[in-house]
Ligand binder design. Structure first.
Ligand SMILES: [Zn+2]
Ligand SMILES: [Zn+2]
Length: 345
């Protein structure tokens, strides 16, 4: 079993604040070069699951909650639950919670520090991220930094080279002993946990209650909406409450979940590569569409801190345009641009 306190082999991610804290994380000289040094050869058959996940033990609380949210989402096939307002909210929620919360908040801001913003905005983005049932900010960030450090090599927590299902969802519901250790958090998210806001979300699964609260509020708002537009019919209030719970919470959450999981699975298996990184990351346009730009994953592995994942003119990255907009109005600062963009600037 690997000791979590030993120094990492290499790290291209190097979040600014960990670097400031004097971490021993080092940049890999071979990764991230455009058409430069050859990538380390990876034999797809030779990447075993992380030792800390062996033997496979199901993390029941994650498995049950994820099964339940999928079950609720499947209820969307029943005409009873369909309302246009529920559908519109599901689409809007994909942008609000998925793009602002996960892509911009959890990933580009908290994990990679691709830009800075006022604390109130950072915390708001983190709360939006929590509403996607993708774990607490600290745990998400720790797992993702670990992924960048060991991409497609043991102990990458979710390489699909172990198997597609493992890379997509298997790892989420499997107990990972290192993720229960304080030393793991000290190593990967020391910067984040200095902020009492994130520390509090870790205690007694506080983040999960934030998710439940948001789901309850949306459901209640649906009930109120149905009651008002039907002129006070209780049956319609109940139907709208159910519709918003199914569409605006469950369907949207499941859609965002599979988007993020597809970045880990599909965008490490299928697509083209602009850079010879030391992993198998790819640029996958389909994943990019459904994840607001996260599918340009090979670009991202080449320059993890860059706030833009689209490096070529046709690689549209909606999240990047939002970050640029935030920069224009003074809400985002110290925005890290990829080298390709610096050359054309
Ligand atoms: Zn990756
Ligand atoms: Zn990343």
């Amino acid at each position: 079993m690997p000791e979590t306190t030993c120094p990492p082999e290499s790290d291209e991610t190097k979040p600014a604040q960990i670097a400031e804290a004097g971490s021993s994380l080092k940049a890999s000289p071979s990764a991230g070069t455009v058409g430069g040094t050859a990538a380390v050869e990876i034999d797809p058959q030779s990447v075993p699951r992380p030792e800390a996940t062996q033997p496979y033990r199901i993390l029941w609380k994650y498995a049950i909650v994820l099964a339940l949210v999928h079950l609720f989402a499947v209820a969307a096939v029943l005409p009873y639950f369909f309302t246009w307002s529920g559908l519109v909210l599901a689409i809007a929620g994909h942008f609000l919670f998925g793009m602002f919360g996960i892509t911009i908040g959890y990933h580009r801001l908290l994990t990679h520090r691709g830009f800075t913003c006022p604390k109130w905005l950072e915390h708001s983005l983190a709360v939006l991220g929590i509403c996607n049932l993708q774990d607490s900010p600290a745990r998400w960030v720790a797992i993702h930094r670990m992924h960048h450090q060991h991409s497609d090599h043991q102990p990458d927590p979710h390489t699909p080279l172990v198997g597609f299902l493992w890379g997509h969802v298997g790892w989420v519901i499997c107990r990972h002993r290192d993720l229960d250790r304080t030393s793991h958090y000290e190593r990967y998210v020391r910067d984040l946990l200095r902020d009492p806001f994130y520390l509090k979300l870790e205690r007694r699964d506080g983040w999960f209650f934030v998710f439940l609260t948001h789901a309850l509020l949306i459901t209640m708002a649906g009930g109120l909406f149905g009651y008002l537009i039907s002129g006070g019919l209780t049956g319609e209030a109940v139907r709208y409450a159910g519709s918003w719970a199914v569409w605006a919470v469950a369907v949207r959450t499941v859609f965002v979940l599979h988007g993020t999981w597809s970045v880990n699975s599909l965008a490490h298996l299928f697509g083209y590569r602009n850079y010879e990184t030391r992993d198998e990351s790819t640029n996958n346009w389909l994943v990019a569409i459904f994840t607001h730009g996260e599918g340009w994953h090979n670009n991202h592995h080449a320059e993890p801190r860059a706030a833009s994942h689209g490096h070529r003119p046709w690689e549209f990255d909606m999240s990047w345009w939002v970050i640029r907009g935030m920069e224009r109005v003074g809400l985002a600062k110290d925005v890290v641009r990829p080298k390709a963009m610096q050359k054309t600037a």
